[in-house]
Design a protein around this ligand. Structure first.
Ligand code: ACO
Length: 446
């Protein structure tokens, strides 16, 4: 919660003793000087509003398309230092969580702020596991999709449809209700994802097996065929759990922002999660892992890499899986994933596209175009190779991102709801269109 702070004061050009934590702005249109408080290295955009050219003026706003320099909230969930390549959930380095935690424990941490005790983890795991089944009508709903429907489109619709099954979800300021929707959402995401996958294959759905761990149950619902009990390969089970940990949250990214923005209208969490999933679907966000694999297939061989890089530098293409709004250094998640890939390839065989990916990375990290723009591999660069080796089709890649990101979305949504400073999200615009004019009947239009 932000501390109470003094309002900004116009100083009308007089020389005053400035406090250290303030910003002095002189409006050259009027000659007036304003002193704006600085808190946590930021000024409040609303403090600019008092700066007016004349009394009838609306007041100064800041223009920030794509929010490149605007803090939307105070948050205690995830810390990123993009220049240093640091990522922490609730203060814990991502490397330690990937090494030592499980996805469900990490999800608890994101949602509750602290690592759980043994009893808390057992209780949390029990509740999430008890909510893995979906209503049979949701199954019928999924059946209605065309056989080649993209699973992300199916996910967006099915998550939104969940809101129609749980009317209690509208009670968003009730803590018990929020907790229940959280169990449901985190429990059901793998089931929806697996059912979407099986639908695309025309295979019967495999129901959740609540004896299995979160990732093993997901593998069971995806890949179980005639065996009485599915047994996941422990290397793949752990690899998937680590991938889920790495994808669980990433502070104010496009989909978290969608979750907060849509949630700020006080809609139920399923509708907000459907919106966040839609945001994740885009090729510049969670859809990038899918695009990386298509790009590697398009490049085709190691010898074609230099020519492809030339096209990227010529502005013809983007190097998918490279670059990040926040990271101007190697994405710490990509580093962990690159190491993990070897373990998966040991079980599943080396992905032949790996050599192309390594060559792309090698050339890009030495090339001036990428070096000067600080374009490094991001989380999506190597995940596709792992997912493909594990047997997933490319269309499932963004779905594999959406499942674990659900815990981050809910944590962000809850933090927004409980923040007394937050209101319905509603940015401003700078109107550049036509001035007022009169309607012209159609026969008089030229
Ligand atoms: N390939 C080639 N050039 C790039 C790339 C890229 N992948 N990314 C950025 N650039 C260039 C831009 O052309 C621009 O160059 P210029 O200054 O000469 O015009 C410069 O680097 C800055 O790029 P912006 O687009 O301004 O950076 P922004 O912060 O807006 O974009 C983004 C970040 C969307 C991630 C971008 O780097 C990109 O499109 N990457 C490829 C898609 C991708 O991998 N997305 C996944 C991101 S991670 C995630 O969401 C999980």
């Amino acid at each position: 919660m932000a501390m109470p702070r003094p309002a900004a004061q116009p100083t009308t050009g007089e020389t005053k003793t400035m406090s250290r934590d303030s910003l002095t702005i002189t409006d050259n249109r009027t000659g007036k000087t304003y002193e704006l408080p600085i808190t946590n290295g930021t000024i409040r955009a609303m403090d600019l509003r008092q700066i007016k050219a004349d009394p009838g003026d609306f007041g100064m706003m800041s223009y920030d398309p794509a929010f490149t320099n605007t803090a939307l909230c105070h948050s205690k969930i995830t810390f990123i230092d993009g220049d240093k390549g640091v990522l922490q959930y609730r203060g814990y380095p991502i490397e330690e969580l990937a090494e030592r935690s499980s996805y469900l424990e990490t999800a608890y941490l994101l949602l509750n702020g602290e690592l759980p005790s043994k009893a808390q983890l057992e209780e949390w795991t029990y509740h999430v596991t008890q909510h893995t089944f979906i209503h049979e009508s949701i199954k019928k709903f999924l059946d209605g999709f065309h056989y080649d429907a993209h699973p992300m489109g199916m996910m967006i619709s099915a998550i939104g449809a969940l809101s129609t099954f749980y009317a209690d979800a509208k009670d968003i300021f009730n803590e018990a209700s929020r907790r229940k929707q959280t169990w449901r959402l985190i429990g059901k995401m793998p089931t929806l994802a697996a059912f979407a996958y099986r639908h695309s294959l025309g295979m019967p759905y495999a129901y959740p097996d609540n004896d299995l761990s979160y990732p093993a149950n997901f593998l069971n619902m995806l890949f179980k065929t005639t065996e009485a009990k599915y047994r996941a390969n422990p290397v793949l089970e752990r690899a998937l759990d680590i991938l889920f940990i790495l994808h669980a949250d990433h502070e104010q990214n496009c989909s978290a922002n969608a979750m907060r923005c849509v949630g700020s209208s006080q809609v139920d969490p399923y509708s907000a999660t459907a919106a966040a999933t839609a945001a994740l679907y885009g090729p510049l966000h969670g859809g990038a892992n899918e695009e990386v694999l298509r790009m590697l297939l398009d490049i085709g061989s190691v010898s074609n890499v230099p020519a492809y890089i030339k096209r990227v530098k010529g502005g013809e293409k983007r190097l998918m899986g490279f670059g990040h709004r926040i990271y101007k250094n190697y994405d710490p998640r990509a580093r962990i994933i690159k190491r993990m890939a070897d373990e998966v390839f040991e079980v599943m065989g080396r992905n032949p596209l790996l050599n192309i990916a390594l060559e792309v990375e090698r050339i890009a990290l030495e090339d001036d175009y990428f070096v000067t723009r600080k374009l490094y591999p991001n989380v999506d660069f190597y995940t596709g190779l792992i997912y493909q080796s594990m047997g997933f089709p490319v269309t499932m890649f963004p779905v594999l991102f959406a499942i674990p990101r659900t815990s981050g979305w809910i944590a962000q949504w809850q933090e927004m709801l409980l923040d007394a400073e937050q209101k319905i999200a509603r940015p401003r615009q700078i109107y550049m269109g036509a001035a007022k004019r009169s309607y012209v009947p159609i026969e008089q239009r030229s």
